[in-house]
Design a protein around this ligand. Structure first.
Ligand code: ADP
Length: 206
């Protein structure tokens, strides 16, 4: 079998990674996407890149990100739709940070339904709030992200608990949710995720 056939034969993988701030979504998401040969679509990264480049979008969302508030749903969903229509997402994608509330779930469902492309799995990283806060405090000193102030962190975690965690009750009845214990070494957590994906017929190349 040639390399191109391998790529063509690979099953599509349309995935979400969900977890509180500091749950390790970024690190694990990159490993999953790399192993499956799909792009990570991180709304936070898209917004931060636009802020850095000083685009109109960036100027529009700077204050929102700094406060730890959510960017308006319509705007965020339009950006995601646009990104998912790009050619590199044809064989799948891993969405990180989206959808984050019920309205975004509906937007994503409508979009994927219209394309006949259902989600394959929702990976949930389960991490207690105290652990999240400790990891974020460490990240604040290492990376200096503008929204890693104690106030913005607490606000983002509150939004996660009130608006994001409940979206799982929409996906659970579809039988696509894999809840992974997000406490342990990075490699242990990756292995847990890969086992869950494997059970769904999504073999991750390591
Ligand atoms: P974290 O998970 O630590 O909050 P992210 O990089 O996922 O970090 O998001 C950073 C910020 O970007 C959020 O606080 C919010 O302002 C904005 N953002 C990211 N994703 C979304 C989304 N799906 N809807 C609205 N705003 C978002």
């Amino acid at each position: 079998m040639t390399a191109s056939e391998t790529v063509d034969d690979r099953p599509t993988a349309r995935l979400l990674i969900v977890g509180p701030q500091g749950s390790g979504k970024g690190t694990q998401g990159a490993r999953i996407a790399g192993g499956l040969g799909i792009p990570v679509v991180s709304t936070g990264d898209i917004f931060r890149a636009n802020i850095k480049e000083g685009t109109e979008l960036g100027q529009q969302v700077t204050a929102i990100l700094d406060a730890g508030d959510l960017v308006p749903d319509e705007l965020t969903s339009a950006i995601v739709r646009d990104r998912l229509t790009q050619v590199d997402a044809a064989a799948g994608f891993l969405l990180d940070g989206y959808p984050r509330n019920a309205a975004q779930v509906e937007h994503l469902d409508e979009f994927l339904h219209s394309r006949g492309e259902p989600l394959d799995a929702v990976i949930v990283l389960d991490v207690p709030r105290e652990e999240s806060i400790a990891r974020l405090a460490l990240r604040a000193t290492e990376q200096g992200r503008a929204d890693d102030t104690p106030e913005a962190i607490a606000h983002r975690l509150d939004i996660y608990e009130k608006e994001t965690a409940p979206i799982l009750s929409v996906y659970a009845p579809r039988g696509i949710v894999d809840t992974i214990d997000g406490v342990g070494s990075l490699d242990e957590i990756t292995a847990r995720i890969f086992r869950a994906l494997d059970a769904r017929g999504l073999r991750v190349a390591v």
